[in-house]
Design a protein around this ligand. Structure first.
Ligand code: GDP
Length: 452
């Protein structure tokens, strides 16, 4: 960690400006050696300095602005220099190559953030939030990442850990002074009360964290139904009315249409198999089978039925298949004379993609918002566990609290109970990175882009 690192922090390509970022003990000196302008080693911290980058033959490579930020109030807590040069692959690379001939090496992916973590500027949840923020495509994903970046999760976990620390100290007193019988009673009562409180708070956040997948990755939605019931009309209406960010996703087969729309700040990743509708009956059947096989992977299944026809055997088959799934039954073509036997259906909504109809697919959208509580998601405080790593540790910590309660119930010796309290304390510490393994760090930061 003592060495100097450099990376291009902006996306490579033609742009007005590129930023080359350096971090480490000697980066100000190194930059100064290739800079014509003020003496960067004597300028104040957090200053922007105008000048030129010059090579070893004193040839000017580019006109630049150099930000000098001195340790410790920097992103990595080390000395940091950012060179703002003219955006363009040739210029940016030439400056980078020049720097690499000095005592500086190319940063690994996420190494700036890794240093920020290792130097104690941010915890693990905040580091993960940096990446989430870079990757966020929707408003809700951005808010979740920002909330974690601002340290909300960190504060909450710290709160739990402080309470546990108090309890553990109380237990230690108890073990050290066993002759005071009174202390044990007080301690056990205190543990019971505090653990119960923590348990219910942690449980609530674990429960709320089910929203994380929806927020970060969206709702994988499958539109399923017989040919000609109106599946692609529904998809198209979604794409027309809501902000579509991607239409055709590469790699999918021609007969599956995918679309991504943003509904209430959350992404709906819609798959529709309607592309097969103009082919032979036999092929249509294969299409339906294909849709059926996709049911398991979907977070939401929209079953489309044709209201102007009676239910068919195929409809029944589909309805049978989605019994265990989060599903919405949509009766389409509500503008036509209705023949469908609605009494055979439990819960359904009526829509029409016919443009003369005022409601259109509005009831379907409302149902999705209701089902996934999308209104609340966007208004809520975003203190959620933002990935599986955090969530699984939180669940383990929760289990330890249950073990503590059980131990007290079974009158286990206080030092046995202390083991579970300490285990819970450590697990919560792992979430924020108080304890970590190299393997976990490598795994986490390799997903970052170089330069972050
Ligand atoms: P898919 O095979 O399930 O994808 O069905 P399509 O979306 O291609 O629709 C099949 C036919 O039904 C087309 O001719 C549509 O114009 C028509 N259709 C779709 N939705 C409605 C609706 O709400 N009302 C009416 N009257 N016709 C519809």
């Amino acid at each position: 960690m003592d060495d100097n690192i450099v990376a291009i922090s902006t996306a490579l390509g033609v742009g007005a400006i590129s930023i080359i970022r350096l971090s480490g003990k000697e980066v100000i000196k190194v930059t100064n050696s290739i800079f014509k302008g003020k003496d960067l080693e004597t300028v104040g911290s957090h200053t922007i300095n105008y000048g030129y980058i010059i090579d070893d033959d004193k040839e000017v490579i580019d006109e630049v602005l150099v930000s000098v930020m001195k340790s410790p109030k920097t992103y990595t807590k080390e000395d940091v220099v950012e060179i703002n040069c003219h955006g363009g692959i040739a210029t940016t690379n030439k400056i980078l190559e020049l720097i690499l001939t000095k005592d500086v090496r190319l940063a690994e992916p996420g190494e700036f953030t890794k240093r920020a973590f290792l130097n104690g500027r941010m915890d693990l949840t905040e580091s993960e939030a940096v990446m989430d923020l870079l990757e966020s495509k929707t408003e809700s994903a951005r808010l979740l990442a920002l909330s974690n970046l601002q340290g909300k999760m960190h504060k909450m976990i710290d709160g739990f850990r402080n309470s546990l620390k108090d309890l553990i100290s109380a237990v230690e007193v108890n073990i050290d002074y066993p002759e005071y019988y009174d202390i044990e009673v007080v301690t056990t009562e205190k543990i019971k009360e505090q653990v119960n409180k923590m348990k219910s708070e942690l449980k609530e956040i674990i429960k709320e964290s089910k929203n994380t997948k929806v927020i970060k990755e969206g709702i994988d939605t499958l539109i399923i139904g017989r040919p000609n019931v109106g599946k692609s009309s529904i998809l198209n209406q979604f794409l027309d009315e809501e902000k579509a960010i991607v239409t055709d996703i590469p790699g999918t087969t021609r007969d599956i249409v995918e679309g991504q729309v943003i509904l209430n700040g959350v992404s709906l990743n819609i798959i529709d198999t309607a592309g097969i509708r103009n082919t032979e009956d036999k092929v249509e059947k294969i299409g339906v089978e294909k849709s059926l096989s996709l049911i398991n992977q979907a977070d939401l299944v929209i079953v489309v039925l044709n209201g102007s026809e009676k239910l068919t055997k195929e409809d029944q088959e589909i309805l049978e298949k989605i019994k265990e799934k989060t599903a919405i039954i949509v009766i389409n073509k509500n503008d036509l004379k209705q023949k469908i036997e609605t009494e055979k259906l439990k819960d359904y909504i009526l829509v029409s993609t016919n443009t003369n109809q005022i409601e259109g697919i509005k009831p379907l959208k409302e149902k999705i918002i209701e089902l996934f509580e999308l209104n609340q998601i966007c208004q809520k405080d975003f203190t959620y566990f933002s990935n599986i790593r955090q969530l699984s540790k939180a669940k383990e910590a929760y289990q330890k609290l249950i073990d503590v309660e059980e131990g007290i119930k079974r009158n286990l010796p206080i030092d046995m109970i202390e083991i579970d309290l300490k285990a819970c304390f450590d697990l919560l510490g792992e979430i924020i990175g108080k304890t970590y393994s190299e393997e976990i760090l490598d795994h986490l930061f390799e997903k970052f882009c170089v330069g972050k």
